[in-house]
Design a protein around this ligand. Sequence first.
Ligand code: ASP
Length: 365
Amino acid sequence: MRLLLMFAGLAALLWTPAGKAEEPLAAGGEWSIAIHGGAGTISRDRITPEKDAEIRAALQKALDAGAKILKDGGSSMDAITAAITILEDDPNFNAGRGAVYTWDETNELDASIMDGRDRNAGAVAGVTATKNPILLARAVMEKNPHVMLAGEGADVFSKEQGLEQAGPEWFATEYRLNQIKARKAKTVSAASADYKYGTVGAVAMDKHGNMAAGTSTGGMTGKRWGRVGDSPVIGAGTYADNRSCAVSATGWGEYFIRVGVAQEICTRIRLRFPELIREAQKSVPRDADGNYTFAIHASEFPFPHEEAQKIADDVMAEVGRFDATGGIILTTPWGHSIYSFNSKGMYRGRADSGGVNEVAIFGDE
Ligand code: ASP
C-alpha cells in the first residue's frame, strides 16, 4: 500500500491531471520567438537583390511585432498571432494574401494554432473567405468546442464570429496564378520544390514561461480533391506544450503528417526528463509518512542548445528518409529558438530576451 501511495505521489509530481493547465517549466522573465516564411529551393541565384531585401524586411517586421509583445510582458499567443497575421497579409508568402492556387485556380487556406498551457488548439482547413486564417484558427480554439473545422462550415463560423472577410481578389496574385498555369502546362513537376515554399509560422515563449505555436498556408500548388497538408494538423505542422516546446513546420506536408513532426519533437524533449527526475528524486529526504519533502522539477536540469538542436535535426532526418524537404522552427522553455531544415533555404527569423535578433534566408547564413 505504502509503495502504491509513494508511486501515486511521484506520479502526481510528474504528470498533471487531465484538464489542468501545465505549470510553465520556466518563468524567469525570459522570452523568445522564432518565425518562418517557408522552406524550399531558395538560393542566391534564384532571388533578386530587391526580392531578398523585401523578404528580409517582411520577416523583420513580423519578428519585431511578436518580439515587442513579448518584451512588454504580453502572451506568447498574442505574439505569434501578431507575427503570423503580418506574414499572411504579405503577398510574398504562401499564406493568406499570396496563397498558392488549387488545380481549379482557387485559394484554399489552412491554419492552426496551439496553446502550450493546456494544449488547447484550433485549426481550419480549406477555408476561402477569411482574410487572416490564423485568426479563424484562434477563434476555433477559443470559442468553439471543436479543434478542427473544414470547408464551408469553417467559413460560416468565421462570419458568425465577425472576422474580417475577403473575396478571391484579396488572395489572388499574378505570380501564383502563373505557377499553377505552368503546372498545368506541365512545364514544372508536381513536386517541384520551387513551388512549395511560403507557408508561414511562429513559435514563442513569453515571460511567464508559456509556449504557443501557429502555422498558416495556402498549401501546395495544384492541390486537388480537398487535399489538406500538415499545417492545420495538430501534431504534424503545429504543436505546443509548456512541458517541452513549441514547433511550427513547413515543407512537403504529406511527409510531415506521416512523421508527426511537431509532436515528435516535443515528445522527445518531454520524455528526456522523467528518467532524470526519477533518479534525482531518490536522494530527496522524506517526511514521517515517507513522502518526498520536495519535488525535483524538470527545469532543474540544463538543456544545452546542441541537444535541443539534435532532437530537431533527428526528427527532420526522419522526413529526409522519405526524400522530402522542409523545415521547422522550435522554441523551448529553456529559451532556445532553433531552426532545422533540410532544404536549401528557409525564410526565418528569431529574437530573444538575451539580445538575439536576426532574419535569414539561405542555408549557409
Ligand atoms: N506544408 C505545407 C503543405 O503541405 C506547404 C508548405 O509548407 O510550403 O500544405
